[in-house]
Design a protein around this ligand. Structure first.
Ligand SMILES: [Zn+2]
Length: 433
């Protein structure tokens, strides 16, 4: 059998019609995917094919041409498949020149009628491959570009003589420089960010990391912990450890398990390191029921964790013990501490005013949403009607398909708590909606 007939013969006769049909279905699916990625794919692929539909003579000169000829039939395969099968069975040799009549006279039918020119066939298949390749590359570049744009920004600023705030994808991080290494508060979202923070902290302090304090259990404050294995002790409230183990258990296995906070407390925790006093305190429920704040006593800087969102829509984690009215009270106790500057969980460095502003926002949110619940509004009606002018410039934090901390989410969560408090039946609202 001539070499150039091997592929179509195998495809059409040995594999059988179902296998060939399956091949074309797959090819079609690939093209649909490609045409989704590259909107102009169809017109990019087919104009010459349509403009020159009836080249009646062809001269197969290699297996590549014969194979490509069959491939080029993908568009009319459903109708012409039986014809194609006959044509493929027709004997012809390398170098044969077939006219339509000769081809039909040998028992074949002009299955190559619509694509009988190397000039058309070759570039067409190349275009398919090129378009699929280009589409895949574009998609990969888009995804990589999105991830790079979201994850790579990483900056830090000095807040006091020895305290720095690190900003990146996740909660704000504090680094305290001491005469005996560094103390880090929170570790961001990913292990590689933890490595960046560790390098920075070691460079700034000129020593090892002595302690990592996690303000609460959320992954954007804890998942960088594994990068600090070795020299650091890991501090958190007992409730935070409980949530990490219960809610985020999958992450804290293997090597990460060694960086789960083991140094836990209920009310207060004090460390004296390198001439600095680090006071971690639990002041009550708020964002969760385990949030601590860290006071760098000598530097008069407070890391407030997610008890303070500065001009950002907050996460309200009812499932982990969050409560808006309790949060408002807890912030009174936090605001009474001895500090000048505040590192919030999210947003820019602030001070006591930032805490009070966020507290005022929570008060307004609670008052307005409670009134909406008392008026019998559904959660959607509350979202449509509640006015929160204080939050008009709040930033939204969103990760597609994961979470969106925005107005709708915050009002939904407040409505849930208010409805529960009012004793009425709360309709479930999806987190992140
Ligand atoms: Zn949080």
């Amino acid at each position: 059998m001539p070499k150039y007939q091997a592929l179509p013969f195998i495809a059409c006769c040995i594999s059988g019609s179902r296998a060939l049909a399956a091949f074309f279905v797959e090819l079609g699916a690939a093209m649909i995917v490609a045409s989704t990625i590259v909107p102009d794919f169809s017109s990019f692929l087919t104009p010459r094919y349509r403009r020159e539909p009836t080249l009646l003579t062809h001269r197969p000169t290699s297996s590549r041409v014969a194979r490509l000829t069959c491939l080029s039939h993908f568009e009319t395969l459903v109708q012409s498949f039986p014809i194609g099968l006959q044509a493929c069975r027709a004997p012809h040799r390398r170098g044969d020149r077939h006219t339509e009549q000769a081809w039909a006279g040998r028992g074949g039918l002009p299955c190559f009628r619509y694509a009988a020119s190397r000039r058309i066939q070759g570039p067409m298949v190349k275009r398919v491959l090129l378009a699929v390749g280009a589409g895949t590359a574009c998609f990969t570049i888009l995804v990589a570009g999105y991830l790079y744009a979201r994850l790579s920004p990483f900056s830090y600023e000095q807040v006091s003589d020895d305290v720095y705030m690190v900003k990146g994808f996740g909660g704000n991080v504090a680094i305290l420089r001491t005469d005996d290494g560094a103390v880090v508060v929170d570790s961001m979202t990913f292990g590689f960010q933890g490595k960046w923070i560790r390098k920075l902290a070691e460079r700034l302090s000129g020593g090892p990391i002595r302690a990592v304090i996690n303000t609460h259990y959320h992954q954007d404050h804890t998942h960088g912990n594994p990068a600090f294995a070795g020299t650091a002790r890991f501090v958190a409230t007992a409730n935070t450890r409980k949530h990490l183990v219960a809610i985020d258990a999958d992450y804290w296995t293997g090597e990460a398990a060694a960086t789960l906070p083991a140094d836990t407390f209920v009310h207060d925790h004090v460390m004296e390191i390198g001439g600095k006093t680090i006071l971690s305190m639990y002041k009550g429920r708020g964002h969760t029921d385990g949030d601590l704040v860290v006071l760098f006593v000598e530097d008069r800087v407070l890391h407030a964790g997610d008890l303070v969102f500065n001009s950002h829509w907050p996460n309200i984690d009812l499932e982990a013990g969050s409560s808006i009215p309790a949060w408002i009270e807890t912030l009174n106790a936090v605001a009474d501490l001895g500090f000048d500057r505040v590192i919030p969980g999210h947003g820019a460095v602030t001070d006591r005013r930032g805490i009070r502003q966020f507290q005022t926002f929570l008060r307004e949110l609670w008052r307005e949403v409670r009134a909406a619940v008392k008026a019998g509004m559904t959660v959607d009606e509350a979202r449509a009607n509640v006015k929160l002018p204080i939050a008009k410039d709040f930033e939204v934090f969103s990760v597609p398909t994961v979470i969106s901390l925005d107005r709708g989410f915050v009002i939904g969560r407040a409505w849930e708590e208010a409805a529960r408090a009012a004793g009425s039946k709360a309709q479930p609202t999806a987190a992140g909606s």
